[in-house]
Design a binder for this molecule. Structure first.
Ligand SMILES: [Zn+2]
Length: 372
């Protein structure tokens, strides 16, 4: 397989202010309302799909809270934003403001206790939460009047660590703000959720994802950007990963297999799909050393099944008269059989999520798709 497009260079996004975050008007409105009433809750949960701007938005909120001279917009309901030029703003943009604490599971590797450092950081355990959040909340801000904690993958905070964090979430010092980022907020305990203001984030429009992707990834052509945006289903973060991993090539291979799929080739293609998932899982694990084999394989297979569903989905797009960046062609597939095939793919995804044996599950799926 060609590997020329793998490891594509991503241009680092410039620093952002609140007003730069697009297509999250609900979150914008909630924050601006709280800011204008001067009653900003001290603990937030930003929840929604990965890669739609939750962390970027949290950073821009933190930048505003830390800003030395915030600016006020004009009009009837003026919006507040960071100035972007004061010492504090510059420190936040450079990623080294001492009062902005970014907390993530891999911080376990910097924990003072060697036993914690030695463990694989699959989740956010109580030791990390205690050291990097609870103890740090008790300290005074270094530069300005407040400090802000942003906790990535908060849905991976263990129940024990959540219990330890409850008191901090309930009564943080006036000088402290906590923003928890979660893609699956239902995995957080009800007691955690009830102590935080919930702010939901939505998937991004695929035209917007395609446009931003082309800006962020060096040398990516518009058609590939459009394809990756569709495959990423409204997540810019995932689209960027797909571009880096050359996922458009994987999609082409999947599309070729599906176009030539019959009962004779089903088993051969199934083997190849499992192999592709393994290659992709290895890339995920290279990127995140703390990812378990099972989790990496699940994500990788999910990507490929998503690509398969998108291939069949293009029949439905075409039937609805909507443009699509790729054309699916196989004799005998119509709207109805495309919809049935997508259902079969969803069933396989469900079985894999229940820890079904992956090769057997994909064998079964390919036979089913060949028979439709
Ligand atoms: Zn500023």
């Amino acid at each position: 397989m060609a590997s020329s497009k793998r490891d594509q260079k991503v241009v680092k996004p410039r620093s952002v202010c609140l007003s730069d975050v697009q297509h999250q008007s609900r979150a914008q409105r909630l924050i601006q309302q709280a800011l204008s009433s001067d009653r900003l809750p001290h603990a937030y949960i930003f929840h929604g799909p990965d890669g739609v701007g939750k962390e970027m938005f949290a950073h821009s909120v933190a930048k505003l809270l830390l800003c030395e001279s915030p600016k006020l917009g004009e009009g009837d309901s003026p919006t507040k934003d960071s100035c972007g030029t004061c010492r504090s703003c510059v420190l936040v943009d450079a990623g080294n403001h001492p009062d902005l604490h970014l907390v993530y599971r891999q911080l376990a590797a910097s924990h003072p206790d060697s036993a914690v450092r030695g463990r694989k950081a699959l989740d956010l355990g109580v030791d990390v939460i205690r050291h990097f959040v609870i103890d740090a909340v008790g300290l005074r801000p270094t530069v300005g009047p407040v400090k802000v904690f942003i906790i990535r993958e908060a849905d991976k905070i263990t129940p024990q660590a959540q219990n330890a964090l409850l008191k901090t979430l309930e009564e943080p010092p006036d000088t402290t703000f906590l923003i928890l980022l979660a893609s699956a907020s239902d995995r957080l305990l009800a007691t955690t959720r009830s102590r935080c203001q919930m702010v939901g984030f939505a998937s991004l429009p695929s035209e917007f994802v395609a446009q931003r992707l082309a800006e962020l990834v060096d040398g990516l052509d518009a058609k590939t950007a459009e394809l990756l945006a569709i495959l990423a289903q409204g997540s810019l973060g995932r689209a960027v990963l797909y571009a880096q991993d050359g996922f458009a090539e994987s999609f082409d291979e999947v599309a070729t297999m599906l176009a030539g799929l019959d009962r004779v080739s089903a088993l051969k293609y199934s083997k190849r799909i499992v192999e592709m998932a393994k290659e992709s899982a290895d890339r995920y694990k290279k990127r995140d050393k703390n990812l378990s084999d099972a989790a990496a394989r699940r994500v990788a297979l999910g990507d490929i099944l998503g690509a398969m569903a998108a291939w069949y989905g293009s029949y439905l797009h075409a039937a609805a008269g909507r443009p699509h960046p790729f054309e699916s062609r196989r004799d005998g597939i119509d709207q109805e059989t495309a919809a049935q095939s997508i259902d079969a793919i969803s069933d396989a995804e469900f079985r894999l999520a229940q820890n079904a044996h992956a090769p057997l599950c994909i064998d079964g799926l390919m036979f089913e798709l060949a028979s439709v």
